[in-house]
Write a protein that binds this ligand. Structure first.
Ligand SMILES: [Zn+2]
Length: 410
């Protein structure tokens, strides 16, 4: 994984490279980026950059990256990227470098074993990172639950955790000398899952053995132990710009015609953009038009039939449907209040639909509808009965729009 593989975020990558180039590499760094930001990819690319033989990460003759900062006028060389082909880079790329350690939330395998550490699932972790580098922690834990090799007993009842044993394992791993060069790096993904046992790491974070770098990768700083937060250097990783996501998608999916609409829904969340591309063949717009028509006509029998069909879709697609509906409502609100040049780019059919929605309901009603839909997503994520949920939602939407209904949605 090289910096060249990262979408956008040039400024943050430059900051990371300069930490190395100016000998200002902190012992503990926290990369904070929302879901879909790809902060984990950036952490791995940075680890590869530090460990690359061409950058001196595995050589013994190079000066330390830590310690005295270079003087402002001192000439420093900041390498652009890891080389990508030295033995160190190749090992990081396969996630098998002996001086690159990973820590992440895991599930207990069964009731017979108390002890569970991240390394128990390293094989599954590598596969997950290769296949879903933008995945979130729910994706990872579901991957583990469904993995035939992980063999987790009653997986649905287990919660993810970074255990006390894992903290001990980290202490042990980092007490060893580096195997290949001068540096050993631990990427701890989702420190939000570290309970108070995480305090066992404080001394290590504060006074690590020579050549040790901690890289925490987190989504929500409010859920991290304050004792850990105060001991790390925070680097915020913003979501990439829409144009950057669009050009990435255009390269990855050259046959895809709906990239603009995917990008405007995803709003920089690369995980969301990839998921939308995968299910694009679903015609959500048609489904929502049908739903609104049935609501307006108030045909209970046809509504039940529609809900039965939606019930068959499964939770993930039901969520997509509702998210797309919210997206259309937001477009409609924006089209109603913003000058035309500030309204986001839309497909022609979306534009027409947003216009019709706006004519059907006022902005207040649209906002209430969006809130109902987003509440429904919350309950779907918590395993609500989807049939009952869509029945209740249909009644609620009917109530909201019946007074305001002016025209039928064609
Ligand atoms: Zn290299």
């Amino acid at each position: 994984m090289q910096f060249a593989d990262i979408i956008g975020r040039k400024k943050q990558i430059t900051q990371l490279k300069e930490m190395v180039g100016h000998n200002r590499l902190p012992h503990s760094l926290l990369l904070l980026g929302k879901e879909g930001s790809g902060a984990l990819k950036i952490a791995i690319a940075f680890a590869q950059y530090i460990l690359c033989e061409k950058n001196g990460g595995s050589g013994s003759s190079m000066p330390s990256f830590f310690g005295e900062a270079a003087e402002p006028d001192e000439k420093v060389s900041v390498r652009d990227d890891s080389c990508g082909h030295c033995s160190s880079c190749v090992k990081v790329d396969k996630l098998i470098h002996p001086d690159l350690h990973f820590s992440y939330p895991v599930l207990k395998r069964d009731a017979r074993h108390d002890r569970v550490i991240s390394t128990d699932y390293i094989q599954e972790w590598r596969q997950f990172v290769f296949e879903n580098p933008y995945g979130n922690v729910t994706d990872w834990l579901n991957f583990l639950r469904n993995s035939p090799t992980a063999k987790i007993e009653s997986p649905q009842n287990k919660q993810g955790n970074i255990s006390a044993q894992e903290c001990e394992d980290i202490l042990h791993k980092l007490s060893l000398k580096p195997f290949e060069g001068e540096y050993k790096i631990l990427i701890l993904w989702m420190p939000e899952f570290l309970g108070k046992d995480g305090n066992r790491l404080l001394k290590l974070i504060e006074e690590p053995p020579a050549g040790t770098v901690f890289i925490f990768v987190a989504e929500d700083e409010n859920l991290i132990l304050p004792t850990i937060l105060s001991r790390t250097l925070l680097l915020k990783i913003p979501l990439p710009e829409n144009e950057e996501v669009a050009s990435y998608l255009a390269k990855e999916f050259p046959d895809e015609s709906n990239i603009n609409s995917v990008v405007s829904i995803a709003e920089g969340n690369i995980r969301e953009a990839l998921r939308l591309i995968q299910v694009k063949e679903e015609n959500w717009e048609r489904t929502i038009r049908d739903w609104l028509n049935l609501i307006v006509k108030n045909s209970v029998e046809l509504q039940s039939k529609w809900i039965d069909e939606i019930n068959q879709l499964g939770r993930e697609k039901q969520k997509q449907l509702l998210l797309y509906f919210i997206h259309l409502i937001q477009l409609s609100v924006k089209a109603g209040i913003l000058p035309p040049e500030d309204v986001p780019a839309m497909e022609e059919s979306e534009k027409e639909f947003a216009h019709t929605l706006g004519k059907m309901c006022g902005i207040e009603i649209l906002e209430e509808m969006a809130k109902e839909l987003s509440d429904a997503i919350y309950f779907i994520e918590r395993n609500a009965n989807s049939k009952m949920l869509f029945h209740a939602l249909t009644i609620r939407l009917r109530y909201l729009i019946k007074e305001k209904c002016l025209i039928l949605v064609q």
